[in-house]
Design a binder for this molecule. Structure first.
Ligand code: GLN
Length: 242
């Protein structure tokens, strides 16, 4: 962590914030402040350089054209790649997740290079768009409660050997490959198809990012009553929909 303040960088709210993605930034800020940590939030528009000194980077979902523009600008900028080289934590959602991989199919139907920060590549699904509630069990190494979310994507994401599945779906499609995997992660870079925004439903993910950034194993507990009620409600909804 730089100085005594956690630096939270939200990448490209002008292009990749179609699905209430600001919610994830708000939840990380709140969960940090509840632990009396100072947080500096930096919103980086797509015409601005990506700072390399952040601790946690968030990158959200978007429609196909803004996704291509975001990929082009991030590749050209290079700041996010340098930040990861410096040990930064990155959490990405849907279009952002695809951008962090090696390649995805853009709005023109062509392969678009990603940043190669996750060992995944995305193709365009031939079947129906993946839309709906999801319930998934997060990789047990991350020690997190079940993940609830909402997915909305056409892309199908294939994991390479150095990417681990972030979760395994109980309901929903996740990566869309039919193997039940959802999202991907390596040591410090995470990707998921979950909108929601995902951290409003699963704030323990925000805690995970904060712990990684601080290099600590635990944070002081906070009141989880509201989140637990929401999780129960969403699990019931996902179960009823199947
Ligand atoms: N355009 C991408 C897809 O459909 C990402 C969509 C999204 O971010 N929800 O796969």
């Amino acid at each position: 962590m730089s100085d005594s303040s956690l630096r939270l960088v939200w990448i490209y709210p002008d292009l990749l914030s179609t699905y209430g993605d600001q919610g994830n930034a708000l939840v990380v800020e709140r969960r940090a402040r509840q632990r009396r940590l100072n947080v500096t939030r930096i919103d980086v528009r797509s015409d601005q350089p990506v700072p390399t000194s952040g601790d946690i980077y968030l990158i959200g979902g978007g429609e196909d054209r803004p996704q291509r523009l975001a990929a082009e600008r991030l590749r050209r900028d290079g700041g996010l790649q340098r930040a990861v080289d410096n040990g930064a934590i990155v959490f990405s959602v849907c279009a952002g997740y695809q951008i962090l991989g090696h390649e995805f199919v853009n709005d023109l139907g062509r392969p678009e290079p990603g940043l190669g920060l996750l060992d995944v590549h995305s193709t365009r699904g031939e079947g129906a768009r993946c839309v709906g509630d999801v319930l998934a069990d997060i990789d047990e190494r991350l020690n997190l409660p079940p993940l609830t979310g909402f997915e909305n994507h056409q892309g199908v994401t294939h994991l390479g050997p150095t990417a681990r599945p972030f979760a395994k779906v109980r309901f929903g499609r996740g990566n869309g490959t039919g193997d039940g995997t959802e999202g991907a992660w390596n040591d410090t870079v995470f990707g998921t198809y979950m909108h929601g925004p995902v951290m409003a439903r699963n704030p323990q993910i925000a805690d995970l990012l904060i712990k990684l950034a601080l290099d600590v194993n635990a944070l002081p507990p906070v009141d989880e009553t509201w989140y637990e009620a929401l999780r129960d409600e969403r699990i019931a909804a996902a179960t009823a929909a199947t």
